[in-house]
Design a protein around this ligand. Structure first.
Ligand code: ZN
Length: 50
């Protein structure tokens, strides 16, 4: 189990952009918002990729 290598797909509700993210990027997006449009990001914007 390597939780640090978890890969999710971030889908922005505002600009509909899809960005593959790891755990660190995910945390950064939740804190700072969408990297593209700056919209607020919640946990619901991430879909786990298996
Ligand atoms: Zn966006």
């Amino acid at each position: 189990m390597q939780h640090e290598n978890t890969t999710d797909t971030f889908v922005c509700f505002e600009c509909r952009g899809e960005i593959p993210v790891d755990t660190r990027t995910r945390q950064a997006l939740i804190r700072c918002g969408c990297a593209v449009c700056g919209a607020a990001v919640t946990e619901g914007a991430f879909a786990s990729c298996r």
